[in-house]
Structure formats: structure tokens, C-alpha cells
Design a protein around this ligand. Structure first.
Ligand code: FEO
Length: 396
């Protein structure tokens, strides 16, 4: 269903209520998502982005109800990833000669995905496209936010920034705007999106935002490609991004553990008790990495000033969820966070050393060699873990 967002711009995207995994199984989407596409009617008619391929047929059919496809003068592909370009093959069968505006990398990526010789018009930052008396489109490359081809498109007159993935949220809603949805849900999805997808590119986020702000362009709306459109105080999400990109942390310590017979869990709880006994203000959160959602755990680590990662030793190594988590931590590249390891063992006891090495490889500031407990913690070991927690706080 198309929804008019201004006199000249109509949302023609797709809300995907049932999506629960994105990027294969890499990102969980508890609240679904949307693929936002926009149709601009002015002297020229422009389509900005499309939707994911499973919804291509529905998308093109709905578009035909809105407009004769032959009236489309230009297509803007802000980003070549399939969730936004997936309907292009079907659409381009109907209007094969319509120019597709994208970056040089965008053309390469779209060609490599769909192997079609479409009419690409490549653009770079500052290039403009006249679309009517009061409106033109200005293109702004946003390389590595989050792909090499990513681009923003700014519509003058209406003052809308079509930001594609940036400022988005995987959040299905019948309400199209930020001011109409539950703010806790919105910000939970926005920070999860940033933590898991954009953290590795934080320095670029800061630079790009400063570059866009330097243009001094008024922004009435930030029309993202996922989730709601920021229309009420739209710059609030820009301000959040600047904070999130700047080695973000809250007064939180997150303890993530994996356990076979609960010994490492008991260690985690004792360490948490120790921390709380000397610092009642800090928020301490515990997660079992094997049973918790990996992307929610990453979000909590993103919010933390320090993390403790624990795991039993098994087969001279660590358990598989911990291994996966360490891989994610390394890839994401958190900044300004302290860390240490803990774990129970029966004989070899390698887990703490392996985790410690993993944390160092991830460029976290490892504060000590961690703590181990042989088999199940007795009263003395529980006390040792509490004391470890108390000392850990002092090292932050
Ligand atoms: Fe929403 Fe990078 O695609």
C-alpha cells in the first residue's frame, strides 16, 4: 500500500512483519523490518531504491497501481545490497532503458549481482539532478556506510535526506514515522542496528555526518530504507549516531558466560556480586552466550564500559558460542572497553588464556589474567570470585 509522505513523495516500500533473520543468520530481527522505497512525482518522476527480491512481484504490481511505469524518468539506487535492489531485475524488464543513478561502486556491485547491462549513470558527492522547479536531488557518497557503494540522496525543496541504511532500524510498524511508535522499541532497534552493523565504521560515521552538516542543508525528514522515517526532530538520530560513534559506553558491565555444569555460571554470579558490593550504581548484566541472542549480547557489550567473558574449558579449548562471540567482538572492533576472562576447568584449564588472547586480539584493554576455578566453586572459590569482582571494578 502506497503512503503519501509529502505532496511530492510517496512511500512505496514493503513492511516485512515475519522477518526474523537478516544477512542470512547473522542478524536477528525480533520485530521484523521494512524495505522502504520512495516515489517522487515532480516534473520528473524518480524511484528511490526498491525492495528485497521475494517481494519484487508485489512491489512492481503495487507500483503500477501508483503510476504508469513508463512515466519513471530516473531510478536512484542508493545501495546495491539485495534488500534494496532485489526488485530491479523485474522492474527493469518493464523499463529497460531508464537510467539508474548510483555510485561507481554501485554500478559494479549491481552488475556483479544481476549481470545485466542496465543504463547506469554514475554520480559522486555534490552531483545534482534537476527534477522540477523547486526540487533537485543532490547525491552524497557514503562509502563504507556500510558498503563501498552506499550513498545518500538529498531532495532540496522538500528537504528530505534519503539515507538508505544509515539511521535505519529493523523494525516493522504500521506507523511510518518516528513520533508515532513506541520510543523504547524504536531506540532498542536503532542501537542494536548501530552496534551490530555500523560500529566497525564508526570513524567514517563521524566524518560523514560532519561532512553532511557542513553542507548546512535543512532536514525536514530522514527517510531511511529500514524502519520508520525520522520526521519529528529528525536530527535526534544524527546526534545519537555522533555519540554512538564516539567510543560509546554507559555505566554498565556485561558478563557473558558459557557453562557445562553451572560452575562457570556460579563464577559469573559471584563476580557480579563482588562488583555490586563495591559499586551499586553500575548496571551489571549477565548473559549465557549459548542461550542468548548473539546480536542482543553484542548490543549490551556495545553499551558497556567493560566486559567479562567466561567459559568452561573443553577439549583444551573453549565452547562454540564463546568462540562465535569472540569472532564477532573481533570483527566489530569495539573501542574504549576494558575486559577480562574467567572460567572453570577440570584439568587443562586453557579457556581463560584462550579468551584473554581473543580479547587482546580484539584490541580491548585486558585488565588482568582473569580467574579460574577448579571444578565446582566451593565457598572459598566463591569468595575468591567476589574478591575478583571487587578488584575488577577498581581497574576500570
Ligand atoms: Fe539494508 Fe545494506 O542493506
Amino acid at each position: 500500500m502506497a503512503i503519501k509522505i509529502t505532496d511530492k513523495v510517496t512511500w512505496v516500500g514493503k513492511i516485512d512483519w515475519e522477518l526474523r533473520n537478516f544477512h542470512g543468520e547473522e542478524y536477528t530481527t525480533h520485530r521484523g523490518s521494512s524495505y522502504n522505497s520512495y516515489l517522487i512525482h515532480d516534473d520528473k518522476t524518480v524511484l528511490i531504491d526498491t525492495v528485497w527480491e521475494p517481494f519484487a512481484e508485489e512491489f512492481v504490481e503495487n507500483l503500477k497501481k501508483e503510476i504508469d511505469l513508463n512515466e519513471i524518468d530516473y531510478i536512484v539506487a542508493n545501495h546495491g545490497e539485495v534488500d534494496h535492489s532485489g526488485a530491479l531485475p523485474l522492474l527493469m524488464k518493464e523499463i529497460p532503458n531508464v537510467p539508474i543513478y548510483c555510485t561507481v561502486n554501485g554500478a559494479k556491485i549491481l552488475k556483479a549481482h544481476y549481470h545485466q547491462d542496465w543504463n547506469f549513470e554514475t554520480v559522486k558527492t555534490g552531483d545534482e539532478l534537476e527534477i522540477g522547479k523547486d526540487n533537485k536531488l543532490i547525491f552524497i557518497e557514503a562509502k563504507m556506510l556500510h558498503w563501498p557503494d552506499s550513498m545518500f540522496t538529498y531532495m532540496t525543496g522538500e528537504s528530505i535526506l534519503f539515507s538508505n541504511d544509515a539511521f535505519g532500524q529493523h523494525y516493522a510498524s504500521d506507523k511510518l514515522y518516528n513520533d508515532l511508535v513506541d520510543q523504547a522499541e524504536l531506540y532498542q532497534e536503532a542501537i542494536k542496528y548501530y552496534a551490530n552493523i555500523l560500529t566497525p565504521f564508526s570513524p567514517l560515521v563521524t566524518n560523514k555526518i560532519k561532512e553532511v552538516l557542513d553542507f548546512n542543508l535543512p532536514v525536514n525528514m530522514i527517510a531511511t530504507s529500514h524502519g520508520v522515517i525520522w520526521r519529528n526532530n529528525p536530527t535526534q538520530i544524527i546526534e545519537k549516531y555522533l555519540k554512538w560513534a564516539d567510543a560509546y559506553q554507559e555505566n554498565q558491565i556485561t558478563i557473558v558466560y558459557e557453562t557445562m555444569w553451572h560452575a562457570t555460571r556460579k563464577m559469573a554470579e559471584a563476580i557480579a556480586d563482588g562488583i555490586k558490593s563495591v559499586d551499586n550504581d553500575v548496571s551489571v548484566k549477565l548473559y549465557n552466550s549459548a542461550t542468548s541472542d548473539k546480536n542482543d549480547v553484542i548490543t549490551e557489550l556495545f553499551k558497556s564500559k567493560a566486559m567479562l567473558i567466561g567459559c568452561s574449558t573443553v577439549n583444551r579449548s573453549i565452547m562454540h558460542a564463546t568462540s562465535g562471540l569472540l569472532g564477532m567482538i573481533k570483527g566489530i572492533g569495539f573501542k574504549n572497553k576494558k575486559a577480562a576472562a574467567f572460567g572453570s576447568y577440570g584439568w587443562g584449564g586453557e579457556s581463560v588464556k584462550i579468551i584473554t588472547e581473543g580479547l587482546k586480539e580484539s584490541k580491548l584493554e585486558v585488565v588482568d589474567d582473569g580467574i579460574r576455578v577448579l571444578w565446582q566453586p566451593d565457598e572459598d572459590s566463591v569468595e575468591r570470585c567476589k574478591e575478583y569482582g571487587r578488584k575488577f571494578v577498581k581497574k576500570l
